[in-house]
Design a protein around this ligand. Structure first.
Ligand code: NIG
Ligand code: FE
Length: 412
């Protein structure tokens, strides 16, 4: 199967295969070709270049993209797409003045979702989750990481990870699974943290490894959740099973968790709404990708990750949705990119780099995803007619996507 896209106004994010991520001032540059073509063979990018060099072939499908921009599909490196039910009542409670913390302290929050999940069958959980996955694919997401973490029991966590595995088997999109048993302490372990961590390490992890259900391990390193020491125990245990860590950290408080993550060579540190100068210092020249989640800041009214301070210090940054029922009931990467521009003062070039190549890096997919590169997966967004790609974040909230191609297959 071959698809030829011709007369592309601008083909964005063209990278050499050696580029794994972009940092600091490199992020201001988004290499592109104006008046371009792109050739897809089966699931891969086979050729691209200036329209004047377009091969004269009879492709199975030809798409004329006059006035349209083409870019790699979004790489969403942080989601909780698999969950049961919703938390609409907490949304209303927050509107009426309660904080996220107050709601959690009343037994709401993560524990509320955990209760619902444990009462939901695997089949029902799959059906609810696949609807969300299909939605985000239509919105241009071509690779996604999905976490467990709403089970908090052996069976609940395994159920979530099996649903993630089944989604990965049934959809063309690349899915990475992250085990987040350390998302919150169940009520019965409130006064017995080490008991719950023992359960994670001695019961959950061996089963997950045996069924090969996870690629990464995560913990919510935060005051009132997992301390830095407890998070370190989780990271060390994951390492024994070959699971690198991707950690929720610095969402509400800076408690020196980032330094611990860097020490354990975490693949990513995510949230970072509160970042100290020491945190920035410790991330310099490391393999750990900082990940910002602006839709979460938007939805629960907390600070935005200080992208400018981080980029000015030479750090890389990735953008992801955090799609989850409590803090971000949206998996729309277009909104994330626009919000990063509007609220975090990232330029469109920086935001697109953060949502493509750096997002791919933050889930270990940079060799196959995140850029227009020969031999990478044919994961492509074709926009509607626009004046330039700046219109994508500028017209926030407007659907400017014409087509999405994932691994060579047209989704919309
Ligand atoms: O990334 N911060 C921790 N976990 C999720 C939200 C969990 C929830 O409220 O359900 C997050 O924001
Ligand atoms: Fe999250």
């Amino acid at each position: 199967m071959t698809t030829l896209i011709t007369n592309i106004q601008e083909l964005l994010q063209i990278r050499d295969a050696s580029i794994r991520k972009v940092s600091g001032s490199e992020m201001a540059v988004l290499p592109s070709i104006k008046n371009a073509y792109l050739l897809i063979e089966n699931d891969l990018i086979a050729d691209f270049g200036l329209m004047e060099n377009c091969p004269k072939i009879n492709a199975d499908e030809t798409i004329h993209a006059t006035g349209k921009v083409v870019l790699p599909a979004w790489c969403d490196s942080h989601t909780h797409i698999v969950y049961a039910g919703n938390r609409i009542q907490e949304f209303v409670d927050r509107i009426n003045g309660l904080s996220y913390e107050e709601i959690a302290n009343r037994g709401g929050g993560i524990l509320n979702s955990a209760k619902k999940l444990n009462e939901t069958s695997e089949e029902e959980l799959y059906n609810q989750s696949k609807a969300r996955l299909e939605e985000v694919m239509k919105q241009g997401t071509g690779a996604v990481e999905i976490k467990s973490g709403y089970g908090l029991t052996v069976d609940g966590e395994i159920k979530m990870l099996r649903v993630i595995k089944k989604l990965a088997q049934n959809y063309p999109i690349a899915i990475k699974a992250t085990f987040l048993g350390a998302h919150a302490f169940p009520v019965e372990y409130k006064e017995n943290h080490s008991g719950y961590i023992d359960l994670i390490i001695n019961e959950m992890l061996p089963k997950i490894a045996q069924e090969n259900l996870a690629d990464y391990i995560d913990a919510f390193c935060e005051t009132g959740y997992f301390s830095v020491e407890e998070t370190e125990r989780i990271m060390e245990a994951g390492k024994k099973y070959g699971l690198r860590s991707k950690i929720h950290v610095n969402q509400f408080n800076a408690i020196n968790g980032i330094a611990a993550c860097v020490k354990h060579n975490a693949l990513s540190v995510d949230h970072l709404e509160v970042v100290t100068d020491e945190d920035i210092e410790v991330l310099k020249n490391t393999e750990t990708m900082p990940v910002a989640l602006p839709s979460c800041s938007y939805f629960i009214s907390i600070p935005y990750t200080p992208a400018r301070r981080m980029l000015n210090a030479g750090l890389p940054l990735a953008l992801a949705t955090d799609f989850n029922p409590g803090t971000t009931p949206s998996g729309n990467m277009n909104f994330v990119v626009a919000t990063a521009c509007i609220k975090m003062k990232m330029t469109p070039e920086e935001a697109i780099n953060a949502a493509t190549i750096n997002g791919a890096y933050a889930m270990g997919l940079e060799k196959t995803h995140g850029s227009i590169t020969l031999g990478k997966k044919a994961n492509i967004i074709i926009s509607k007619e626009v004046t330039s790609f700046y219109q994508l974040p500028y017209c926030f909230g407007t659907d400017l996507i014409d087509s999405v191609i994932i691994e060579g297959k047209k989704m919309v």
